[in-house]
Write a protein that binds this ligand. Structure first.
Ligand SMILES: [Zn+2]
Length: 320
């Protein structure tokens, strides 16, 4: 595998450099070359680096980040970047394998390492595909506990990540350190204002239970605000058909907890939410996990802050 990768890398280096941008979605800046794997990393990099960097989002918008396979151009792009911002964890094993095959060390920031990581949790009523794991990768040992990767769903974590990112940028581009420090500070203030909004709402509404008729990549969010939750599938389990038992369990919970709404996440087919709403009379609401966005949303200037503010409004409406 390693040999194969280094062969690809060598082949890449022989390719003409022009037009070798791969499928990257790029921000408009110039200067540092920053490669990111998932949307939150891309957005944070844009916010902190401003026009001093060209930021590329490696996983194409709208596609499944857990089954991503890099192209030869992507590998070259990483090889030559000034900074790689990745998520870390089980679904980026492809990246670890690739980096191991590279001769030079790529400067990188791992989002999972910037925060207090939480282990994946299988909660009562959750339907787990196969036996125990949702992020499945052949040939990798699954003995150890896995960390939940969706760290950015807590705005407080987002601020920690951006703080680390700001420091990293100051270190690799000291000439612009005042610029990065200023942007880090003002962006983190916005993140912490958002955090305060969620915290106040959670307190005011008595720390209610959130019921996800869907997958559940929002563990860091609910932990942050002391909310209980139920969900059909853990983390970013591959989309599976819910069993009758799973649906019945969630319907019971909706009645028991007397929640006014069930949540679904972006890119969901919403079928399970519809069934539960029909049976219980509650409403369905979209909770943005900000994992991934569409090309159109990117073109329209979507941001992590914008999506999380929508979440805050949705929750205000649902919980008061
Ligand atoms: Zn995921």
């Amino acid at each position: 595998m390693k040999k194969f990768l280094s062969m690809i890398i060598t082949l890449c280096l022989l390719l003409p450099l022009c037009g070798c941008k791969g499928g990257c979605y790029e921000s408009g800046g110039e200067g540092l070359d920053i490669v990111t794997t998932v949307f939150p990393a891309f957005d944070f990099a844009r916010e902190i680096a401003g026009d001093k960097a060209r930021v590329c989002l490696l996983v194409p918008p709208g596609s499944e980040s857990h089954s991503f396979e890099p192209t030869a151009q992507d590998i070259l792009r990483i090889q030559n970047c000034d900074l790689l911002i990745c998520n870390g964890g089980e679904s980026e094993v492809w990246l670890e394998d690739m980096l191991e095959g590279m001769e030079t060390e790529i400067p990188r920031l791992v989002m999972l390492d910037c925060v207090q990581a939480l282990e994946e949790e299988v909660k009562a009523g959750m339907q787990v595909a196969g036996q125990e794991h949702d992020h499945d990768h052949e040939g990798h040992d699954h003995e150890e506990a896995e960390y939940d990767e969706h760290v950015w769903t807590s705005p407080r974590n987002a601020a920690l990540i951006c703080q680390a990112l700001g420091e990293t940028l100051c270190a690799i581009d000291p000439a612009n350190s005042d610029f990065y420090a200023g942007r880090t500070e003002s962006y983190c203030q916005q993140l912490l204002a958002l955090d305060a909004g969620f915290r106040a709402l959670a307190e005011r509404s008595g720390h209610p239970t959130m019921i996800f008729a869907d997958r559940f990549p929002a563990r860091y969010f609910v932990e942050e605000y002391g909310l209980d939750y139920y969900a059909a599938f853990p983390g970013c389990a591959e989309e599976a058909e819910p069993s009758a038992r799973t649906v019945a369990f969630l319907i019971d919970k909706v009645r028991q907890e007397q929640v006014p709404a069930v949540f679904y996440i972006e890119f969901s087919n919403q079928k399970m939410a519809d069934v539960i709403c029909e049976d219980t009379g509650c409403q369905k609401l979209l909770f943005h996990c900000c994992h991934n966005v569409t090309r159109q949303q990117l073109d329209e200037g979507i941001s992590y802050l914008g999506l999380m503010e929508q979440n805050l409004n949705t929750l205000r409406e649902a919980l008061g």
